[in-house]
Design a protein around this ligand. Structure first.
Ligand code: SF4
Ligand code: SF4
Length: 206
């Protein structure tokens, strides 16, 4: 099967959303987050680097608006082979993890259940290259920007064990992942979070 580009503006229009305006607001938010992270981490010598990709082999959650922002970039910049391949990977991942992804969907208003299912969901992000680089890095989701360089809701490091060990003996001030997540939720199309395969399935698998 060959997949085609979709009219994302029309998709958002049906929900009464001016997508280009929402993208502008999202880009401005990302710029503010990136600037705050740069300011708070520049002297910490964090271990994150290109090719260190364990955090992209778990499960990353994002809102519909963040997904559409990524997908708009995919439609503009991926060649046809890469475009077909990322959809095929997304659809295959959806089928492979369908039970958990649908359980997450059903538990949309139950944070405890969602956490239970989220902990069991692990897959290689379809945007990860063979070299371990993110193919949509400039437009990647909010949680991807904050992973390894922010605090979680318990005041601990929102990140992997490598970052946790690196920062264990240091006194640090990091941005709050929850606070920025709430700022994001002021934008349209941000009232639910799911994983990339879920969104790809809903665009191309139905
Ligand atoms: S958060 Fe952890 S796994 Fe991800 S890039 Fe940083 S050190 Fe590597
Ligand atoms: S989109 Fe990029 S940063 Fe986000 S999980 Fe996938 S590979 Fe990692």
């Amino acid at each position: 099967m060959t997949f085609s580009h979709l009219d994302l503006d029309e998709f958002a229009d049906r929900a009464g959303v001016d997508l280009r305006r929402a993208f502008g607001e999202l880009a401005a938010l990302y710029a503010r987050v990136d600037a705050r992270i740069e300011a708070t981490t520049k002297n910490l010598n964090l271990p994150c680097h290109k090719g260190c990709d364990a955090c992209c082999r778990e499960s990353v959650f994002l809102t519909t608006l963040e997904f559409l922002y990524v997908w708009d970039q995919v439609q503009k910049t991926f060649d046809d082979n890469a475009f077909q391949e990322v959809i095929a990977r997304g659809l295959a991942l959806y089928q492979q993890h369908r039970v958990i992804i649908e359980a997450l969907e059903e538990a949309h208003d139950d944070p405890t259940k969602r956490l239970h299912w989220a902990m069991q969901l692990k897959f290689d992000c379809p945007f990860l290259s063979i070299e371990g680089a993110c193919r949509v890095y400039p437009v990647r989701e909010l949680y991807g920007r904050m992973f390894g360089c922010s605090f979680n809701s318990q005041g601990g490091v929102y990140g992997c064990s490598i970052v946790g060990k690196h920062l264990a003996e240091q006194e640090v001030t990091l941005v709050s992942a929850d606070s920025w997540s709430r700022v994001l939720q002021r934008l349209p199309l941000t009232n639910m979070r799911q994983v990339y395969p879920y969104f790809i399935h809903h665009l191309y698998g139905l």
